[in-house]
Design a protein around this ligand. Structure first.
Ligand code: AMP
Ligand code: ZN
Length: 114
């Protein structure tokens, strides 16, 4: 846990979030500034600063994010068409330095991303 980290505060319940799911490893909540009709985030309870900080011991945890994310996407009726995004570093668009997986859907997506 990092006491100044926004997503650690959401994990601890110190800041409210529109939660979809939680278990012993993960929490999912809707993005406060959605970029698609469905846009939610999955975060690890453990503070990991981003994709580049994932250690070997975290591999199963990060795989679980994908499995749970796909299940939640299906529950939100976007199970067949959704985009998964992890940003790493400010230039790539990372603004919260606690690893999170974006799931976006409900509209057609463009490629390449901006
Ligand atoms: P990133 O730009 O990849 O670091 O993504 C951070 C995401 O967190 C952005 O899409 C923000 O809109 C979202 N966000 C920031 N604060 C909150 C919050 N309090 N609750 C939910 N989502 C948030
Ligand atoms: Zn954190």
């Amino acid at each position: 846990m990092d006491k100044d980290c926004l997503f650690c505060k959401i994990v601890k319940g110190e800041i409210p979030a529109d939660k979809l799911y939680e278990d012993e490893d993960l929490l999912a909540f809707r993005d406060i500034n959605p970029q698609a009709p469905v846009h939610f985030l999955l975060v690890t309870r453990k503070h990991i600063s981003g994709p580049a900080a994932v250690a070997e011991e975290d591999e199963a945890l990060i795989g679980k994010m994908l499995r749970v994310g796909a299940e939640l996407a299906a529950r939100d009726n976007i199970g067949d068409d959704f985009r998964v995004v992890f940003n790493n570093g400010a230039q790539a668009g990372q603004t919260v330095f606690h690893i999170h997986m974006h799931i976006l859907g409900g509209r057609a997506m463009n490629w390449p991303p901006g």
